[in-house]
Design a protein around this ligand. Structure first.
Ligand code: PHB
Length: 357
């Protein structure tokens, strides 16, 4: 078998994964009306059940915070039932699936949320991209600054989402602390200009994250909760003055909770911010470390063999290859992803990528 380290089992928190080829969370915008996962999503995830762990796409914790047209939610009973179809389909094929729970923060748009202005730690708009809406691509708007007294409601919304994810049959949850959405907006100092308990030093900027983590751990136990971060990614106009220090501080602070894993996006979509955040993450964090972004299979295998990482999450290649672990094991060629169908509707470019003959 090629790439043996990728195919050694891994204990990740409470789960034992049969391989270390994980499926990264991927926004695909295929939910039905009401942000409800339908049968098409169940097919898509079931096709990918051979992943060591599927981390399902960013899913709205709290109603009214849509940042992508047709992303799923986990706040309504219909959504819980829709996700139950997905988790049942994955489990029937012997797989394991975590739900990624998020709040879109300033990346939400009034056209996706009945005219509501998005909220954020500070009133600073995203300027390096646009948002997809039913009326085409639109510029982001300036968000409203959240008051400190609104934050307990957000923590409670995440707690309810964590309970709903349990009812929907997931094996774990991952908190989305990456890519310029609400948790990340608090963490990084380019988007968080607050004073008071939630702004200023990293101990304060991480307060909301830790309140959400503790509420999630109360529901699931720490060994079924993970966190994803992207300290370098400038997507969504994100910046931090000290991404390596932020990573090291967070990785060390997370040990007190005993989380199952830390999932680190190691790079920047736009290649503007460059540093090594994997080494400090590994040095400080005691439990599972998942790497993501641009790992080829040989590099992923070597990183695991050398103890730099425990597992690698593959995004575009898992999207395009439902049987990615088998292909890697066989050194078989991979289907190429088709970016033009990443965020469209229906099965095209979603459930029609072929498995190996
Ligand atoms: C994310 O959820 O982090 C995300 C979603 C879609 C993108 C990039 C990032 O295009």
């Amino acid at each position: 078998m090629a790439h043996e380290a990728l195919f050694s089992p891994l204990k990740l928190g409470a789960l034992t994964l049969p391989n270390r080829v994980l499926m990264a969370p991927l926004t695909r915008c295929r939910a039905e009306d009401g942000h409800v996962p339908g049968p098409l999503m169940a097919d898509y995830y079931a096709q990918r059940a051979s992943a060591g762990l599927i981390i399902a796409e960013a899913t709205m914790a709290i109603e009214g915070n849509s940042a992508f047209w047709r992303e799923p939610g986990i706040y309504s009973q219909a959504q819980v039932e829709g996700w139950k179809r997905v988790t049942d389909a994955v489990h029937a094929k012997g797989g394991r699936i975590a739900l990624q729970i998020w709040h879109g923060g300033r990346a939400c748009h009034p056209l996706l949320n009945d005219g509501a202005t998005p909220v954020a730690p500070s009133p600073i708009a995203i300027t390096n991209g646009q948002v997809m809406t039913p009326q085409g691509m639109q510029p982001y708007v300036t968000p409203r600054e959240l008051r400190d007294d609104e934050l307990p409601g957000i923590v409670a919304g995440f707690a309810a989402a964590a309970r709903n994810a349990k009812a929907a049959g997931f094996d774990m949850i991952e908190l989305h602390g990456a890519n310029g959405y609400l948790i990340d907006e608090f963490l990084r100092d380019g988007s968080n200009r607050r004073s008071g308990p939630y702004g200023g030093p990293i101990e304060h900027r991480a307060r909301l994250l830790f309140e959400i983590l503790r509420a999630s751990v109360d529901v699931w136990g720490a060994d079924r909760v993970g966190l994803r971060i992207s300290p370098l990614n400038s997507y969504n106009s994100m910046r931090d003055s000290d991404p390596v220090g932020l990573t090291a501080w967070l990785a060390a602070a997370l040990n007190d909770l005993g989380l199952a894993y830390l999932h680190v996006m190691r790079a920047d979509f736009f290649q503007e911010q460059k540093a090594d955040v994997m080494t400090p993450a590994r040095a400080q964090f005691s439990n599972g470390l998942i790497g993501n972004m641009g790992y080829g299979t040989a590099e992923a295998d070597a990183a695991i063999r050398d103890g730099k990482l425990d597992a690698v999450a593959f995004g575009a290649s898992f999207l395009a290859n439902p049987d990615l672990p088998a292909r890697i094991a066989a050194n078989a060629p991979l289907n190429a992803p088709k970016p033009e169908t990443f965020y469209t509707q229906g099965p095209e470019g979603y459930t029609d990528y072929p498995a190996m003959p």
